[in-house]
Design a protein around this ligand. Sequence first.
Ligand SMILES: [Fe+2]
Ligand SMILES: [Fe+2]
Length: 282
Amino acid sequence: MRVVSGPLDNLEQWDAFVKDRYDPGKTEDQFRKYDDATPPVVREFYRQNHANQTREFVLQKKRQYLGKQRGEMGIWDAMDYLNTLVDDSDPDTDLSQIEHNLQTAEAIRKDGHPRWFVLTGLIHDLGKLLCLYGEPQWAVVGDTFPVGCAFSDKIVFPEFFAANPDSNRPEYRTRLGIYQENCGLSNVDLSWGHDEYLYHVMKDYLPQPALYMIRYHSFYPGHREGAYDYLFDEKDREMFGWVRKFNPYDLYSKGHTKPNPDELRPYYEELIAEYLPAKLRW
Ligand SMILES: [Fe+2]
Ligand SMILES: [Fe+2]
């Protein structure tokens, strides 16, 4: 199967763009010039994302998916299923989804972090299953941002929001929009994608820092750019320390050394069983 519903050759093209944007070797000046160097398909991807992620769309996706009516699956089955997402990547140098997940988890494990943190590294992108349910790329990956209030100019490619119908709705155009000052992110709708979906699959099982990492790892305007602080409450500010701790593993743990899924599986099956039921509702 190929990822057809979107301009990207594969989902990792978005990850690679974010990684490049936050390359620690870049100067502040180069950092702001991502525009010229961005591949046209990535620009097109953001154009679609920013034009289509309206509050109405987000609420509709929540109604569609948060009831978790797509059946039951264990974690390893979900990883195998996600692995059927074959794309245009080069099979000699690129890694499968399972290998990506294992690389992130192994990097966290090597640094001696708690077991739930390692598990979070393994599963954090399983929400990308949305692609296999037929969702377009712009509704699965991409930097996330609040809907129902003004779009921050700290979001990448802010100019593309001009085409979003919410930009013309007076009730959504103000700094706070429909929200209250410091109402807490749990009361805010973010653009729809793999973070929010997986959070709802996992929310009964994992410790709070893990749930924050899962739910907000693509919220770059919030955890890297300092935008929307006025929507955060004290709990969010505290927990975003964990989201920031997780981010380097998400961005920089992907090399070309292939982890061996068969060798690692016993360790991870035990880790999965420590926190999660044998089958979860999706
Ligand atoms: Fe992700
Ligand atoms: Fe990731």
